[in-house]
Structures are given as structure tokens and as C-alpha cells.
Write a protein that binds this ligand. Structure first.
Ligand SMILES: Cc1cc2nc3c(=O)[nH]c(=O)nc-3n(C[C@H](O)[C@H](O)[C@H](O)COP(=O)(O)OP(=O)(O)OC[C@H]3O[C@@H](n4cnc5c(N)ncnc54)[C@H](O)[C@@H]3O)c2cc1C
Length: 402
């Protein structure tokens, strides 16, 4: 017994699920479309707890989905914000090398960025760095002019508004609790009713692997939650940072290292670090979910990852528990910043897919299974690239045009 029938259901009202829904309403205006979101509003998880950076695409391996979709996606995001009067700014950023061994990695990044088609990348010396960011210090920096900032919660709400205007439905407080598949249709059970659909797209972020199993599939990767914690610069010291100041990232790790971000609201924060969260929606140290924890600890890839990255993990935990250690990491780029300048800020939890061999899935991953498509790895820069990711997903979901 179902309450309603749809041509396509999307599970997950984050920036990716909503962008996919928007793309479908634009490309297939006649399809009946439903987005199911478990929270009482959209963008309550990763999409509303991130740094708000419109990434340029400088970091990603040339030819990867991340590189292609981020570079085009950043331009599309700026244009979307402009069209819909969403606050945004293309403020540029500097990636600062503070140790000699980082200099070749900075040059590698420049070459990567150029291979990805970014314009205006330039290595600059300490004096020019100080003209751009008067309080930053380093041996050399890479200037990335196309990086910007916005607020992805606002972007997500605009996507939801446009989906409704295009004839789609976004249903909140509607967690997918069960999925039944048969040859002709799929039925999704929620507290707000059971909904039948010809096709299903899983954009459930931190729960995308679980939704995949609920739909009868066997995802090869497991979602491991990594919390990112921020400190806020107190308003009197926010003038230490004009725009975005980043370190040179560790190439073995998918996270960018703690950085300074001037938000679109004008405040400045520092972070996020990357610590293993003990719950998939564990925004605080004290948040523990035994099912989530068991899901990580019983996955063989987890122990292989722990063995490989234990040094990084230990460093991240130490910086998470010790403010002086966190501040020391920041002082490498901004020597004037003091412990008293920083107060605890927000946090976010990243959904990072992990393979059984212990490697972190680097690229975006979309996995079709009949008339179901699972979006299993869309970490940063997926908010930036949401519009182009949506196009790629809809291209992959060929069943939509059948
Ligand atoms: C700390 C941090 C900083 C980041 N910084 C940046 C940045 O500066 N720039 C950038 O481009 N990207 C950034 N990212 C990455 C970006 O935020 C994510 O890649 C993006 O938000 C992923 O969107 P999503 O829709 O897949 O996930 P989410 O926003 O997590 O959405 C998934 C949705 O699915 C819902 N859901 C889950 N299970 C169910 C169910 N059973 N039924 C119904 N609904 C369900 C959830 O409630 C959630 O709303 C950052 C991420 C984090 C955590």
C-alpha cells in the first residue's frame, strides 16, 4: 500500500540531493519528483556545516571527476549566486609554504592547477604575500584568484525553492526507513507514508552506504565520519585575516589542513581539523553512537587505514584536545595569532568513503544498480561543484529518460 507514486525519488536534502533534483526538474519537467529529507529542514548536515568556500579546483588530480566538476562547478556556483542574489564573493586565497620541504609541493600544486585550467595562479614571495595578507608569513605562497566564499545552507534553500517552483516536492521529517524493490517499482517507507517510484537516487551523505544496503545492494566502501572542528577569531582580531589563508596540504591525506576562512557574513574562523567522529552525526566529542562505531570498527578497511594513518590521526586528536597545539599549527601561517584570539566555534562531520583495503576513496563516486543510483562519495568540493555533479549524476542515471 503506497501513499503516492513518483517517477523519481531522491533520498537526502543536502546540497547534492537538491542540486540533482533541480537538474531533473529542469531536464525532465514532466517527471513526478520527490525529495525525502529526514530532518525538519534541508541542509542540516554537511551542507550546513562547512567552510563555505567556493573551491577553485587547484588541488585535484587532473582528469579526475573532482577536478573537472569543481573547476566548472565553481564558475556555475558563482553565476548561480549572482543570478539569485545569494551573498558571495570571489576573494581569492593564498596557500602558504612555511617549511622548505613544502616548496616543491607548492610548485606541484601550481602545475596541477594549471593542468586543471585555472587562470591567474602565481607563486609569490613573502613581501607580496604581506601585501595581500598583511599578517601572514611564509617562505612562498600560491595565489589562487578564483577561490570564493558563499553560504551553502542559503544555496540549498534556494535549490529547494526552485525545485518546488519547477513542480517537484521536498518532503522534510521523512526519513527513508525501509526500501522494497521489485521488478517494476521501488517503495520507500517513511514516517510520512510509503512512496512508490520508478527510479531512486541515493544522496544520503553520511548514510549513503546504509541506504545502499537498505536498497539491497552491497556497497564496496564504508562511510567513515570525520569531524572538523573550528575556532572563531574574536571580532577585535578578525582584521588579522582579509580572505582565505591555507597551508600546503599533506598529499597523502584528503583534507586540506586547518586554515583561516573569512565567512561571507564577515566573521573569521580557523579549522577544520579532521578527527574520527564516534557517531555519523557526532558534532561533539561526547556524541557516541554504538551502531555507527561498530560499523567503523568491524570494517577491515578501518584497521588498515588506522595502521596507515595513525601518525596523522594522533596529531589531529592531539590538536583537537589541546588548544595550544591547534594554535601552534595556525601560527605557522599567522604568527600574531594568540590563544586568547580564538574561541570555540562550530563543527561539521564529513562523509568519507573508505575502501576495504584501507584507502580513502579520493574521487566522487556514483554507482548505478538497475534503476537505482547511489551517490557514495561526494566530499569537499562537492558543495562548490553541486551543480555540475548534478549534471554528471543525471547523465549517469540514463534510466530517467526511459
Ligand atoms: C567541515 C566541513 C567543511 C567543508 N568545507 C567545504 C567547502 O568549503 N567547500 C565545499 O565545496 N565543500 C565543503 N565541504 C564538503 C561539502 O559540505 C559536502 O561535500 C556536501 O555538503 C555534501 O552534500 P550532500 O548533499 O552529499 O550531504 P549532506 O549535506 O550531508 O546531505 C545528506 C542529507 O541526507 C539526509 N539523510 C540521511 N539519511 C537519510 C534517510 N534515511 N532518509 C532521508 N534523508 C536522509 C541527511 O539528513 C542530509 O540532509 C565541507 C564539509 C565539511 C563537513
Amino acid at each position: 500500500m503506497t501513499d503516492s507514486r513518483y517517477n523519481v525519488i531522491i533520498i537526502g536534502g543536502g546540497v547534492v540531493g537538491l542540486a540533482v533534483a533541480l537538474e531533473i526538474t529542469r531536464r525532465f519537467p514532466r517527471l513526478r519528483l520527490l525529495v525525502l529529507e529526514k530532518e525538519d529542514a534541508v541542509a542540516r548536515h554537511q551542507s550546513g556545516h562547512n567552510s563555505g568556500v567556493i573551491h577553485s579546483g587547484v588541488y585535484y588530480k587532473p582528469g579526475s571527476l573532482k577536478a573537472r566538476l569543481c573547476v566548472a562547478g565553481a564558475a556555475a556556483m558563482v553565476e548561480f549566486c549572482r543570478q539569485h542574489n545569494i551573498p558571495h564573493k570571489v576573494c581569492g586565497k593564498v596557500i602558504v609554504a612555511t617549511h622548505a620541504e613544502e616548496l616543491p609541493r607548492l610548485e606541484d600544486l601550481r602545475q596541477r592547477g594549471e593542468a586543471n585550467g585555472l587562470a591567474g595562479l602565481r607563486l609569490i614571495g613573502p613581501e607580496e604575500l604581506r601585501e595581500i595578507e598583511p599578517h601572514a608569513s611564509g617562505l612562498q605562497a600560491l595565489l589562487v584568484p578564483s577561490t570564493g566564499i558563499t553560504d551553502y545552507a542559503v544555496v540549498s534553500k534556494k535549490y529547494a525553492e526552485l525545485i518546488a517552483a519547477g513542480g517537484g516536492t521536498v518532503l522534510t521529517s521523512a526519513a527513508a526507513n525501509g526500501i522494497q524493490r521489485n521488478t517494476s517499482e521501488t517503495v520507500v517507507e517513511t514516517p510520512r507514508g510509503a512512496f512508490a517510484t520508478a527510479s531512486l537516487i541515493n544522496c544520503a551523505g553520511l548514510f549513503s552506504d546504509r541506504i545502499s544496503r537498505m536498497a539491497g545492494d552491497r556497497p564496496s566502501a564504508r562511510i567513515i565520519p570525520f569531524r572538523g572542528e573550528y575556532y572563531d577569531l574574536i571580532p577585535e582580531r578578525a582584521s588579522l585575516v582579509r580572505a582565505l589563508i591555507y597551508p600546503v596540504p599533506d598529499p597523502r591525506f584528503p583534507f586540506l589542513g586547518v586554515h583561516f576562512t573569512r565567512r561571507i557574513t564577515g566573521t573569521v574562523d580557523a579549522g577544520p581539523n579532521a578527527v574520527l567522529a564516534l557517531a555519523r552525526e557526532g558534532y561533539r566529542h561526547s556524541d557516541i553512537n554504538l551502531r555507527d562505531l561498530a560499523s567503523a570498527l568491524t570494517f577491515p578497511g578501518f584497521w588498515r587505514m588506522a595502521f596507515r594513518y595513525w601518525r596523522n590521526a594522533f596529531g589531529e586528536w592531539y590538536r583537537s584536545l589541546s588548544k595550544p597545539a591547534f594554535v601552534r599549527a595556525l601560527q605557522r601561517m599567522l604568527p600574531e595569532v594568540r590563544e586568547s584570539d580564538l574561541v570555540p566555534g562550530g563543527s561539521g562531520v564529513r562523509a568519507q568513503a573508505l575502501k576495504p583495503d584501507g584507502t580513502l576513496v579520493d574521487d566522487f563516486q556514483f554507482v548505478p544498480s538497475g534503476k537505482v543510483l547511489h551517490v557514495l562519495n561526494v566530499p569537499s568540493p562537492a558543495a562548490t561543484a553541486s551543480l555540475t555533479i548534478a549534471k554528471a549524476i543525471v547523465d549517469t542515471a540514463t534510466f530517467l529518460s526511459e
